[in-house]
Design a protein around this ligand. Structure first.
Ligand code: VGL
Ligand code: ZN
Length: 206
């Protein structure tokens, strides 16, 4: 497994947005604790990409868009089970903005996902149908990156799905665990960690 190489690897910081931090609409416990570590990483890496969960109002993944549905329930979508969330990361709102202390200056690219009204996207690479590309795979390929180092929110959803897709694309993937926090709903963190380990994602403590 390759060591992290901050001069040549792509650092991918996932969904470090107000709505996933304490006080936000879909707050991840301690989510804002990743910000200083994410900043330290992005100052070390020569190539940084960021993602933003970026939903139109009334998005299909919001419980409020389904009569009688409650947040964190699961419905059957065309492409499989879909968890319903509180309204979050609505395009252009303060909740969708990056955490104000996140240093975004070094980012070479910002990928927005979940923009289609009827399709959710956890992964930074493909939307939840597993096939609609966000464009990040093309960017990574064109730029010649072979190793993506990831951190951000939430470990068990957007980070894990991104890491698994990156492995499917044939990339080496390292996850900087101290710079990740999880939603951890119904065992989702344990399941995600097991899947990532099985897929060959390198879980790093620093
Ligand atoms: C996320 C649930 C819904 C995430 C985004 O960033 O992990 N989770 N939308
Ligand atoms: Zn979302």
């Amino acid at each position: 497994m390759p060591q992290m190489d901050p001069a040549h690897d792509l650092l991918l910081l996932i969904d470090i947005q107000n709505d996933f931090c304490p006080g936000g609409a879909l707050a991840v416990t301690d989510g804002d604790a990743v910000v200083p570590l994410a900043n330290r990483l992005s100052h070390r890496f020569s190539h940084v990409a960021l993602t933003q969960d970026w939903h139109p109002a009334g998005h299909f993944s919001f419980a409020s868009s389904h009569a009688g549905a409650t947040p964190f329930s699961v419905i059957a979508a065309d492409h499989g089970p879909q968890t319903l969330w509180p309204d979050h990361c609505v395009q252009g709102t303060d909740g969708a903005a990056f955490h104000p202390d996140l240093d975004t200056d070094a980012a070479e690219v910002i990928i927005r996902k979940g923009c289609r009204p009827t399709l959710d996207s956890y992964s930074a690479f493909f939307e939840n149908d597993g096939s609609t590309p966000t464009g990040l795979a093309g960017y990574v390929r064109d730029r010649g990156f072979s190793h993506v180092v990831m951190a951000g929110l939430a470990t068990d959803f957007c980070v894990a799905w991104s890491a698994l897709d990156a492995r499917r694309l044939g990339l080496d993937v390292s996850l900087v665990l101290p710079a990740c926090r999880a939603i951890d709903q119904d065992g989702s963190l344990d399941a995600a960690m097991a899947e990532m380990t099985a897929a060959g994602v390198v879980l790093s403590q620093a």
